[in-house]
Design a binder for this molecule. Structure first.
Ligand code: SIN
Length: 305
């Protein structure tokens, strides 16, 4: 015979289920390519519940890159959104926006030649504690072009032969900003770089070197990935420059083969967030005569191991 609890359970099972705001599952759809997921259903300018923040972070760890189309964020709102995930970091070479001291502009004017981020890299890997995550919002994008490429350094590492993996795991790299931001680097006046942002090495960062492993281990997922890019890693410790160059150039060419690369096409207002502990990225310079304007925020990271 049905008791009171059975009747209650039967009544409840017939009620339409409306999850509470905080428990809603965000639609998360994989992008074409090895990394990347499109996340919809969240207004990043508003208050996000912890459950939503957790879903976004899990998507980032699973996919290396998350992309949110159709957002409108002021610099303050972008920084507040980023703060849901950790402490904000500072980029040493570009003066931040007046509206927020942790948000930098990334601008290329129609007549500018210099392309910020136009090399395969993981952000500021020459710092002792490079940022874990970068978040970029597209304010104004060209009608065509200006996409960003993302390479999956974990998948690339996992596809190497065991002999190559073993050799790389024992190697330490010497990382420096000098190759890009130094007196003759690609971003220097000597190289003809015409920065539209207020740019300069105000803290003497390009003069310093740090040692990090060539292969790093993700502190949260435990996956290993290639960390040394030929733009920021000047050489391998204990090797001649010529020996290092062969290894680093080969590694970068291998890891950025098309099968490891996802291409992100921006829309104005969209926001991307990527995990620098897993992916490399490359900003394409294929829109001469048009303007591209982004806002960038980084999260502080740990020392790679
Ligand atoms: C960067 O390297 O952080 C900038 C990437 C981009 O503008 O697409």
């Amino acid at each position: 015979m049905a008791d009171g609890f059975d009747l209650l359970r039967s009544w409840m099972s017939k009620q339409p289920f409306e999850p509470e705001e905080g428990n809603k599952r965000l639609p998360i759809e994989r992008m074409d390519g090895p990394v990347g997921a499109v996340v919809t259903g969240a207004d990043l300018a508003g208050h996000l519940t912890q459950a939503v923040v957790d879903q976004i972070w899990t998507a980032l760890l699973d996919h290396g890159l998350v992309w949110f189309p159709g957002q409108v964020l002021s610099p303050t709102q972008q920084a507040a959104f980023a703060e849901n995930f950790g402490e904000l970091g500072t980029y040493p070479f570009v003066t931040p926006l007046a509206e927020h001291d942790k948000v930098i502009p990334v601008i290329k004017e129609p007549e500018t030649k210099m392309n910020f981020g136009g090399l395969w890299h993981t952000d500021t890997s020459y710092l002792p504690e490079p940022p874990s995550v970068t978040m970029l919002q597209a304010i104004e994008v060209p009608a065509r072009g200006g996409d960003t490429l993302f390479a999956d350094m974990a998948a690339a590492f996992e596809s190497l032969s065991t002999g190559m993996e073993k050799m790389l795991l024992g190697l330490i790299g010497v990382y420096t900003a000098d190759m890009v931001h130094g007196e003759t680097g690609a971003y220097s006046a000597a190289a003809g770089a015409d920065h539209p942002m207020d740019y300069g090495d105000k803290e003497g960062v390009a003069e310093r070197c740090v040692e990090h492993p060539i292969i790093r281990t993700h502190p949260e997922t435990g996956r290993k990935s290639i960390f040394a890019g030929s733009g920021h890693c000047s050489h391998i410790k204990g090797m001649r420059r010529s020996e290092s160059k062969v290894i680093l150039d080969w590694l970068n060419a291998y890891a950025t083969k098309p099968e490891f690369v996802t291409r992100l096409k921006w829309e104005s207002g969209s926001v991307a967030m990527w995990d620098n502990r897993r992916v490399f990225h490359y900003a394409l310079n294929d829109y001469a005569g048009e303007r591209r304007h982004m806002h960038r925020v980084i999260l502080k990271g740990d020392r790679p191991f």
